[in-house]
Design a protein around this ligand. Structure first.
Ligand SMILES: NC(=O)c1ccc[n+]([C@@H]2O[C@H](COP(=O)([O-])OP(=O)(O)OC[C@H]3O[C@@H](n4cnc5c(N)ncnc54)[C@H](O)[C@@H]3O)[C@@H](O)[C@H]2O)c1
Length: 669
């Protein structure tokens, strides 16, 4: 039999026309060609697997050129010649609502307005890709159009392995990104695998198709900043950050949320950014209200707003190190300080070293990656030095989960780790999860629940906002009050970029109640179908010792059982899509992270899945955090046991008397 007769799903028999690139759209840096001759041949053979063989002669030179010039084969020619955006779900082809809904999510992740480097399929976080190449995009789309409700599409790092027969209650998509065998589970191993076209860095929600633009992170940043003010500066629960200065860096995919969040929280934000195009994007969106390259002008604005008490967000066009050195030497008062350069990929272009403009940094990376690495190390040490100078002047600094302190450690400053021989024990400055997100949110089960109104109608979003608000009791806890206020003002704050989406931190009960309410509204025809999901940056989905699990202190922060169990548990309970990835937020080998998507179509089946899967998706992590002896998680787990004795039981630890224990150990050793 001709092998071609066995191929029903394939790319067209003619090549699409060559692509023109639109001016002004950000492009990914050259990732550098790190392959030898035989590996280059393998990379080409790998990409050609997607292309009908009679087209190979024509496409090979183009693929080779892409590999040489960008370090990857993206297959630019296969990018559809249209403006990609998440359109109303009914405008997609498909035999299942899930198949159509995933196409909405994928296209939204690749929208010029949403994605960081849309031509290179990068959604956010410098290198977080939806797929490895456009051939995968085209083929996945075909599969999603044809998929039935008794099939599951399996995706390996963006590559559709096939449609497999499955039960109706199984996920319709099961996806993995960047998973590597231990010995190769490091940046070097990944970079080679990615250049060969066999591995994808999915970040968190890019590879999980659940990114909803910077709004997703505005809420988390708003909560972090408010709670940082309460924790470090003693600001009372019912007051905001009026008159408080927060300085940080980055106006990219996630970091771009900082100015908006600090304004919503009532404070004064100064955010440094080397890339002018990103400042322009945030300014045009209205997420930044003032821009300057002059620190003295910025200090003038700070003083004005301290006096008036009115919020303001300022972008500094330049390197964060220069800005901080100016503040330190001029003794400018800064209350709160952090950093959101992409240090999880500092050597891959995520961190521009001091002394270089954005363009100079990019050129150096392409021409001499070794020198770039050295310059990054030099700059990180300088950066850390000025942070310590500022903290000595009274500033509170925390690591924003971008691996900044780990990057400083890797640059050679071992004493930045509590145990200089083992950075997994933590760093001398806390991460925001260690002090804030972990104990104040995750241990209770609060996390970044989100939804997308698949109809694309702003009216549906408005109705879901109101419905979600009706399910939150603002009097229960401080967190509930913040969340209630957030959702009340969400429409006014004009947070939507891309699809009609919303984020709202909620705990297990909150998420279940809101999802059930939405499903009922779909059933009654009040709204169109809704995709619910969450960021991976959550209670249970991610094992990441420098971030999500940095407040786990029983030694299990280096294990990844929770994230793997979460993925398996979400799958067996019937989430529409489950994904597990390597290194989300912090870089390959440093985390395992997972997420889900659930399409609410109004059916009774979805009610059942909400009740079992959504609760598991939160309580798995609460139970693990309780077993790690975290106080707030212990309370939450005990309460769950009391309320659910007929349904299940979480294992609660007995707590040792530490003083007694220490005395016994000290006597013996
Ligand atoms: N926002 C959050 O809540 C959150 C949570 C966890 C982790 N993070 C981490 O924050 C980092 C940023 O995420 P992102 O999606 O915004 O990435 P991004 O790459 O889109 O943005 C980072 C920005 O920093 C700028 N930059 C780099 N070096 C600089 C320098 N020296 N001075 C000034 N600007 C500089 C870059 O030009 C870029 O625009 C990532 O490592 C991410 O994992 C963010």
């Amino acid at each position: 039999m001709d092998p071609k007769e066995a191929i029903s799903f394939k790319l067209p028999d003619i090549l699409p026309p060559e692509k023109n690139f639109r001016e002004g759209v950000r492009r990914a840096p050259n990732r550098g060609l790190n392959l030898n001759r035989s590996e280059i041949i393998t990379a080409l053979k790998n990409a050609l697997r997607y292309i009908p063989d009679h087209l190979h002669d024509e496409i090979i030179p183009e693929f080779l050129e892409e590999l040489i010039n960008t370090g990857r084969i993206y297959g630019y020619r296969y990018r559809p010649d249209v403006e990609l955006s998440g359109k109303p779900v009914d405008s997609y082809e498909g035999k299942t609502i899930e198949g159509k809904a995933f196409q909405v999510m994928i296209d939204n992740n690749l929208d010029f307005k949403v994605a960081l480097y849309p031509y290179e399929l990068v959604t956010y976080g410098e290198s977080g890709q939806v797929f490895q190449n456009w051939m995968q995009y085209c083929l996945v789309k075909k599969y999603l159009e044809e998929m039935r409700d008794d099939q599951t599409l399996i995706i390996y790092s963006g590559h559709p392995l096939g449609l497999f027969p499955a039960s109706k209650n199984a996920p319709r998509v099961i996806s993995t990104n960047g998973m590597l065998v231990g010995e190769y589970d490091n940046l070097e191993g990944f970079v080679k695998a990615a250049a060969l076209g066999v591995s994808n860095y999915g970040q968190m929600t890019a590879g999980g198709w659940m990114y909803i633009g910077p709004q997703g992170i505005v809420h988390g940043t708003y909560i972090t900043l408010l709670n940082a003010g309460r924790l470090y500066l003693g600001i009372p629960d019912d007051k905001d950050l009026s008159g408080v200065v927060f300085v940080s860096s980055g106006l990219g995919g996630m970091s771009g949320a900082q100015p908006k969040a600090v304004e919503i929280a009532g404070g004064i934000g100064v955010i440094a950014e080397v890339d002018r195009s990103r400042i322009d994007t945030r300014y045009e969106q209205g997420w930044v209200s003032k821009v300057s390259a002059g620190p003295d002008e910025i200090v003038g604005w700070i003083n004005e707003h301290r006096e008036s008490g009115k919020p303001v967000s300022i972008a500094y066009h330049g390197n964060i190190v220069d800005l901080l050195e100016y503040f330190a030497s001029n003794k400018i008062k800064i209350e709160l300080l952090s950093d959101q350069t992409s240090c999880h990929d500092a050597y891959g272009g995520g961190y521009t070293p001091a002394g270089y403009t954005f363009k100079q940094g990019r050129d150096l990376l392409a021409e001499d990656p070794d020198k770039f690495r050295k310059e990054v190390d030099r700059s990180l040490l300088k950066h850390f030095k000025v942070i310590t100078d500022l903290t000595e002047q009274g500033t509170y600094f925390w690591d924003y989960g971008n691996s900044f302190l780990k990057a400083v450690f890797d640059a050679g400053l071992k004493k930045v780790a509590i145990d200089p021989s083992d950075p997994s024990a933590g760093f001398i400055f806390p991460s925001y999860v260690e002090d804030i997100m972990g104990p104040m949110c995750f241990d209770y089960g609060y996390g970044p629940f989100r939804w997308v109104c698949l109809s694309g109608s702003p009216g549906d979003l408005k109705k879901t906002d109101a419905a979600a608000m009706s399910k939150i009791d603002p009097e229960r806890r401080g967190m509930d009050r913040d969340n209630h206020q957030w959702i009340r003002d969400a429409e006014k704050n004009a947070l939507v970029v891309g699809t009609q989406a919303r984020i709202l931190y909620a705990d297990a009960g909150g998420r279940v109640n809101i999802a059930l309410k939405f499903n009922k509204m779909v059933r009654n025809g009040e709204i169109g179908p809704v995709m619910i999901g969450r960021d991976h940056h959550d209670v249970s989905g991610t094992d990441s010792p420098y971030r999500e699990t940095s407040n786990i202190k029983d030694g299990s922060n280096i294990t990844a059982d929770m994230a793997v169990q979460n993925f398996a548990g979400d799958a067996v309970r019937g989430m529409s899509m489950v994904v597990i990835s390597n290194g989300g937020g912090v870089g390959i080998g440093k985390a395992i992270n997972g997420g889900f998507g659930l399409v609410l179509d109004g059916s009774e089946l979805k009610d059942k899945i909400i009740r079992s899967a959504m609760e598991w998706d939160v309580m798995n992590g609460v139970a693990r955090r309780a077993w790690a002896r975290n106080d707030n998680a212990l309370e939450t787990a005990k309460e769950w046991n009391r309320k659910n004795s007929d349904k299940g039981h979480l294992t609660i630890p007995f707590l040792a008397d530490e003083k007694k224990l220490e005395a016994i150990v000290d006597k013996e050793i």
